[in-house]
Every structure is written in C-alpha cells, then in structure tokens.
Design a protein around this ligand. Structure first.
Ligand code: ZN
Length: 235
C-alpha cells in the first residue's frame, strides 16, 4: 500500500482511534454540505448572501427536511462503541442530534436552529414547543449565534475543557478560521493531542496535523470507523 494513499491514511486513522483514550471530534459546515446544506462563507453561503442583502438560498429554507449523512452516522458509531468522548460542532443544523448523538456529549458553539434559548438563564427549549417564556420568566430567543454575538457559555466551557483532555482531536469539515472555535485544536495540541484534519480546503493547522485528508468526510470517516471496529474485535 502506498504510504500516502487514501487507504493507508484511513488505516492510520483507525489505529489512532483504536489507541486513543480521549477522542474529541470537531465538526463544521463541511460535514453538512455532504447532506446538501449550504455552508456559511462560500460564494453562496448563508452569511455571504445575507451580507449582500440576499435571502437564504432555497435549500436553507428546508433544513428540517435534511437528513444526516454517513459522516454524521460514523460519529454516532463512535459513540455506540464508547470511543467518542465529546463532540464540538460549529453547525446549527441539528443534524448531530437528529443522527442520535447524546446531548450530553455535544457542544453546539453557534447554537441550534431548532432550539430557543432563555436570555436570562440560558436554558433551551424545542422551538416547536410553542412556549413564549422560560419557566424562570425570562424571554426566549433564537439560540443561534450571529457574528459578533457571544457564544453560549456552557457549550464554550465544555468545548474547551474536553479539548484540553483530548489525546486525539479529529476535525471534520471546518476550515478552523473562526475564533474562538479555532482555539480548540490549539488547546488540544498544547495538551499533547494528535490532530487529524478532514477538510476539503486548507486550514491554518495543516502543518501541525498528524494526518491530513482533503477528501470528502463521507469517503474517510465511515471507512476508518469500520476499520476501528475490526481492530476492537467482537464485543
Ligand atoms: Zn430562563
């Protein structure tokens, strides 16, 4: 097998995950574009369009109809076999929860479009609940975070705490340019973690990555998890 071939890197990733004691995943828009969702900063991204005064692209209007893809489900497999210690996501599309990730293993740094958040106590509610106010009396507002707004404190604190504990930090579908999200791989590296990046575009952390995939997440992560399950053996 050629040393840098996709298969040999997938094998290497499977072995890293096998050895990892504290695996943390970090996802960005790139994992959801494989479900047909637009990204935020691409030429037709949500925020690019908004800055031009344009409405969201039609696909963004039907997010509730979008389903998780094999990349999301590979992370659910990691959860099932007890390998996933924590998942940090920049996405607001609810696809990780929809795929079956347990809420206590997930920090959503930019909120979740299906949830409302209390401005007073930070508790969140399903948007579909139709509630007008929090049980503390506080006003409910969108839980998603716009540019310049503060990130949800609890999610942010959890994300930093788990990044520091990681011995393997896998980025999937983020260009790692938005702060403070981009601080998290740095925290993990400083704590001695190995960094793996699966992203089509370049990132500022490429040189520090132990393994680098420019391929689609769906062509990498599901195969690596399948190999990992073989390495772990039955039961
Ligand atoms: Zn409240």
């Amino acid at each position: 097998m050629e040393k840098n071939s996709l298969n040999s890197r997938i094998e290497a990733l499977a072995k890293l995950m096998f050895k990892a004691r504290y695996l943390v995943l970090f996802t960005g828009a790139g994992i959801s574009t494989e479900s047909g969702l637009p990204d935020f900063r691409g030429p037709d991204g949500l925020w690019t369009r908004r800055d031009k005064g344009l409405p969201p692209p039609p696909s963004a209007m039907a997010w509730h109809l979008v389903d998780p893809n094999p990349g999301h489900y590979a992370i659910v497999e990691l959860q099932k076999i007890g390998k996933l210690k924590f998942l940090i996501s920049q996405n607001v599309d609810n696809l990780h929860l929809k795929s079956g990730i347990r809420p206590e293993l997930l920090a959503e740094l930019h909120g979740n479009m299906t949830r409302l958040r209390c401005v007073r106590c930070g508790r969140t509610y399903d948007r579909a609940s139709g509630l007008g106010a929090c049980r503390c009396g506080g006003t409910l507002t969108s839980s998603t975070v716009d540019f310049g707004q503060p990130l949800p404190e609890t999610d942010l604190a959890l994300a930093f705490a788990h990044s520091k504990k990681a011995d393997l930090f896998v980025v999937a579908g983020s260009s790692l340019v938005v702060f403070p999200a981009a601080d998290m791989p740095a925290e993990a590296l400083n704590a001695g973690a190995k960094l793996v990046i699966i992203n089509r575009g370049e990132t500022p952390f490429d040189r520090q990555a132990y393994l680098r995939f420019f391929e689609a997440i769906g062509d990498v992560l599901p195969k690596a998890v399948e190999r990992l399950k073989v390495l772990m053996g039955p039961g």
